[in-house]
Design a protein around this ligand. Structure first.
Ligand code: MOS
Length: 718
């Protein structure tokens, strides 16, 4: 980048102005290098061997024939790999997923479990040898099917309380004028990021260096240091460009096995996951089965709300998909009960996936609200406005700001909702049945402690260093604008460096908290630097650097309900003779705090909404109950929405501001997917008169429903 001629900059005008990505040119010209394509001298290549059996033990691994193959350097497995230290809780409050801590024992807890790493001179040689490696197993019976009434299900907390309860649920349900009791299911969904996981590990000058694709360089660095019992300062993780993460890019088998191999061979080793391997090794969104019971007065005011969710987890790791949590924010009722349950099956460990909890939870609760509106004869937008909570329904805490009503009203106005005929199944366009639907959305708005370094260079420019991750969100660009405003300079004079654990502890790109957390730290350091520069005559050759740490400031924040909100609207066309559903248009209006960069924020919101269409209509990873393995674990078998599936989507926002944030940010990473699938499903009901309570709404489900008498819409779920 060149430094522009210093002129009188307009003060603090960068935030809120649309900016293309600062690394956009590098990305579109291919000069931005991703973890799997950075060259290293003397690089060796590892290929993971995964278990084809679903449960059992490794009896034998016959390495001798493979070690004699061309280019093969070593084979790592539980018989020769170093033992790792795993008895800890990591920076996100969870122990390491045993699926990432490879080769520690002979047990196989699920299909696709890593059993060996073959390392060779070239990826082709490693792959050939990995496919040749003979591993014999002792098989045990397995169970991989999630069922709503599994007796082994138990309440589980994860990152929020397992259950909340107030009031007399049965009593309130019994005395309600309108009641509803329905089950909703969502399938296993895969992150399907563009760039699969990749890491290169090497020892350099007594330090372990890992070049990786992850959502937090410092996060992976601290986990690797602990696992390998290394001093934290002797481990460096870099992660410059990342082709999507969505929750899956934390500590995984590829980094751990690459470090083992680099240590054993004393040369750089790269391990890349194939698309198929990501299906069992990179986490996924668990299927959910959810029961929602609602009771309301004749005017639609909720008296009883009960949301229970169940998800599966592996036998070796507990992950809770907290789908019942969204009702703790959106709706109050005299009797209010929510609970998240899990059951352990012989399946891979699930993990965070974009809007964990809210995405599947909002499908259930927002479908249920639509059904309640239908039964009560109340407009769905009006029903939600009547049930706006004054304070947190469970916590009783005040909202930092809650502009859901503004989103609902603005969305309804722009979508043309006022003219909607509520009757289902009556609008035709040729052979297409047309319908519209909507849903509300919320997602937590938090911030986590971070540190940042801001340097005033002798040249007159500024360098920001923070271990942030830009997983495609535009975070690097957002931080450039944030720093420019805090320094009262122009974005052209600010150079933001991210993705390096040596920059100090920082929040990961996750929980819609990345940009807000990093912006807070960058603003704090930049503000102090600007104050120091005001009384400093000369900048020394090494520049002047200020370091910030937001731990204390965040600790002093008052307890409040802090959330982004949104209103999603969709119009669909359904061909009941082919089962095809086309989304014709979609509008999302959000209250997501101050928008730092309208261009990349819109990108995030539209991306989330697109994923909502995909979730409603396409995405489903299917497992064979006999083998315990996926059918077609690849992008041919796992369908995601592509351009032809996506209509003109509009995302916009209302004025919103977190009053306690130095910049007013809330976060836009996840709110876009919340409610989107429900809006589409509700539109399908409005088009056809049939409720689809199981995602995705596949053509065969539409056809099966069309064959039923219209009054029996519930049976379409079978
Ligand atoms: Mo996200 S699921 O917090 O990466």
């Amino acid at each position: 980048m060149t430094t522009t001629t210093p002129g009188p900059p307009a003060l603090r005008t960068a935030v809120g102005t649309a900016r293309t990505r600062v690394e956009g040119r590098e990305k579109v010209t291919g000069t931005a290098r991703y973890a799997g394509e950075i060259p290293f001298a003397d690089l060796a290549h590892g290929w993971l061997v995964l278990s084809p059996i679903t449960r059992g033990r490794i009896r034998d691994i016959d390495t001798a024939p493979v070690l004699a193959m061309p280019g093969v350097l070593t084979v790592l497995h539980h018989g020769n790999a170093p033992r790792l230290y795993t008895d800890y809780v990591g920076m996100l409050g969870t122990p390491p997923d045993p699926a990432a801590v490879v080769f520690q024992h002979d047990k196989v807890p699920f299909a696709g479990w890593p059993v060996a790493l073959v390392v060779a001179e070239t990826p082709e040689e490693a792959r050939e040898a990995a496919e040749t490696l003979a591993v014999t197993y002792d098989r045990e019976p397995h169970s991989t099917v999630l069922t709503a009434d599994d007796p082994d299900a138990y309440p589980a907390a994860g990152f929020m309380p397992a259950a909340t309860e107030k009031g007399d649920l049965q009593g309130r349900l019994a005395s309600s004028a309108v009641v509803l009791d329905e089950e909703y299911t969502t399938p296993e969904e895969q992150h399907s990021m563009m760039e699969p996981h990749a890491a290169t590990a090497r020892w350099e000058g007594g330090r372990l260096e890992v070049v990786d694709s992850n959502q937090g360089a410092g996060w992976v660095q601290s986990e690797l240091a602990t696992l390998f019992s290394l001093d934290a300062s002797s481990v460096r993780v870099r992660s410059e460009h990342i082709g999507g993460g969505f929750g899956s890019k934390g500590l995984r088998a590829h980094q751990v096995s690459a470090v083992m191999a680099a240590t054993a061979l004393r040369r750089p080793v790269r391990v890349v996951l194939t698309r198929r391997q990501t299906f069992s090794l990179a986490g996924y969104r668990s299927p959910t089965t959810q029961r929602v019971r609602l009771g309301a007065d004749a005017d639609g005011r909720l008296r009883a709300l009960d949301h229970r969710s169940l998800n599966q987890t592996s036998t070796v790791y507990e992950f809770v998909e907290p789908s019942a949590g969204v009702a703790r924010v959106l709706y109050d009722a005299d009797a209010h009960r929510t609970a998240n349950h899990v059951v352990r099956l012989d399946v891979p460990s699930p993990t965070w996936m974009r809007a964990p909890g809210e995405a599947p939870g909002s499908f259930a609760i927002e479908s249920a609200l639509d059904e309640l509106a239908e039964r009560a004869g109340i407009d769905p937008v009006e029903l939600r406005l009547r049930n706006e909570p004054e304070t947190g329904p469970v916590s009783g805490l005040p909202f930092s700001s809650n502009n859901l009503a503004a989103c609902l009203r603005e969305g309804a106005r722009r979508f043309g909702w006022a003219n909607r005929d509520p009757r289902p199944g009556i609008r035709y366009d040729g052979h297409w049945l047309l319908g519209t639907g909507m849903a509300a959305a919320s997602f937590g708005a938090g911030a986590m402690p971070s540190t940042a370094l801001v340097t005033a260079e002798a040249s007159g420019s500024y360098t920001v260093r923070i271990a942030a991750a830009d997983i495609g969100t535009g975070a690097r660009t957002a931080l450039t604008l944030i720093a420019a405003d805090a320094l009262e300079t122009t974005p052209e004079r600010v150079h933001v460096r991210i993705g390096d654990s040596d920059f100090g502890p920082a929040m990961i790109a996750g929980g819609s908290m990345g940009t807000r957390s990093w912006a807070w730290a960058v603003t704090a350091a930049a503000t102090e630097l600007r104050e120091r520069l005001a009384v400093t005559q000369d900048i020394p050759p090494e520049g002047i650097t200020v370091r910030s740490d937001t731990t204390e400031a965040l600790g002093a924040l008052a307890q409040k309900e802090r959330h982004s909100f949104g209103a999603q609207f969709a119009e669909v066309a359904v061909d009941t003779s082919s089962g095809e559903i086309r989304v014709r248009r979609m509008l999302g209006i959000f209250a997501a705090g101050r928008i730092v960069n309208p261009l990349t924020a819109r990108n995030q919101l539209v991306g989330g909404m697109t994923w909502g269409i995909s979730m409603a209509l396409h995405e489903e990873a299917v497992r064979d109950r006999n083998t315990g393995r996926h059918y077609s674990p690849d992008l041919a078998g796992y369908h995601v929405a592509t351009h032809a599936d996506v209509p003109d989507i509009e995302a916009d926002w209302v004025d919103d501001h977190d009053p306690d944030d130095p910049i007013g940010i809330k976060g836009v990473g996840e709110i876009g997917i919340v409610g989107a699938a429900a809006a589409v499903a509700n539109a399908v009901w409005h088009a056809t008169g049939v409720r689809h309570r199981n995602l995705p709404i596949r053509p065969d489900r539409v056809l099966a429903a069309a064959a039923l008498p219209p009054s029996d819409s519930g049976a379409a779920d079978a």
